[in-house]
Design a binder for this molecule. Structure first.
Ligand SMILES: Nc1ncnc2c1ncn2[C@@H]1O[C@H](COP(=O)(O)OP(=O)(O)OP(=O)(O)O)[C@@H](O)[C@H]1O
Ligand SMILES: [Mg+2]
Length: 232
């Protein structure tokens, strides 16, 4: 289990998270919801190791991740798909996938054909440059790159942002499939309540850096409070 306890995170003098607690379990999707600027990405970067909290702790399988660099967290199976995808525009699709190898032992440095069965479009585009892909294809590439790490925790920061509906549906189906295998904890950041409600086993809602609501995914669909907290 991944557990976040009373996390405070700041950018210099400007505090972005206040006492945030949440958890994520294998075989479950935990959705982190909230409007623009409430601290969702700050929380994900703290999980991935790109930001070091000022107070509080993050534990994975009972051990604190304090001070552990992002690449070491990746080696531990914590894979991060950043908001905006961060695909290398000048590298080919194949080369983008191969960037995952640096966190893998030599014996695992191959592209598992499974990623092509999850995202068939990638196999057709292996020699294309990342920058030539559509936003949706880049998102699929970013998720595939993370999956090559054989993650135990998969962090997805707004994977549906700015993406066409047909690909959003495909990504939702892949998330369900990965969840149903039962060995991966998935942390999904979303702003769209309907997409989140489809997938969430558990949720937390942030507002101005604080958790203001949390519960079981099944409550999300009919929650007036959630609708209010996410309304623009
Ligand atoms: N590098 C930074 N330096 C200073 N402040 C930052 C930095 N990054 C984010 N912030 C501030 O921290 C707060 C939380 O930002 P964050 O990006 O975590 O929000 P978010 O919920 O992911 O928003 P969005 O939905 O737009 O992606 C905001 O007030 C933002 O302006
Ligand atoms: Mg964000």
């Amino acid at each position: 289990m991944l557990s976040v306890n009373q996390l405070d995170v700041a950018y210099g003098a400007s505090q972005a998270l206040y006492g945030v607690s949440m958890s994520a379990q294998p075989g479950k999707v935990t959705c982190v919801l909230g409007r623009n600027g409430v601290g969702k990405t700050t929380l994900m970067k703290s999980l991935s190791g790109h930001l070091e909290p000022r107070a509080g702790d993050i534990q994975w399988q009972g051990k604190s991740l304090k001070g552990m660099a992002p690449y070491d967290r990746a080696k531990q199976g914590i894979a991060y798909v950043p908001q905006g995808r961060d695909i290398f525009a000048q590298l080919t699709v194949e080369e983008n996938l191969q960037t995952a190898f640096s966190a893998l032992p030599k014996s695992q440095r191959f592209i598992d054909p499974e990623v092509y069965s999850l995202f068939p479009v990638l196999q057709k585009m292996l020699k294309r440059r990342g920058g030539d892909l559509s936003g949706g294809q880049q998102q699929q590439l970013a998720i595939a790159r993370a999956l090559l790490l054989r993650p135990k925790v998969l962090i997805l920061d707004e994977p549906t942002e700015g993406i066409q509906p047909s690909i959003i549906k495909d990504i939702g189906n892949v998330i369900k499939l990965l969840r149903d295998r039962g060995d991966m904890a998935i942390v999904l950041v979303e702003q769209y309540l309907d997409f989140a409600a489809e997938l969430a086993d558990e949720f937390v809602i942030l507002e101005r850096g604080r958790v203001v609501a949390s519960g079981e995914g099944a409550e999300l669909k009919s929650s007036e409070e959630a609708r209010r907290l996410l309304a623009i």
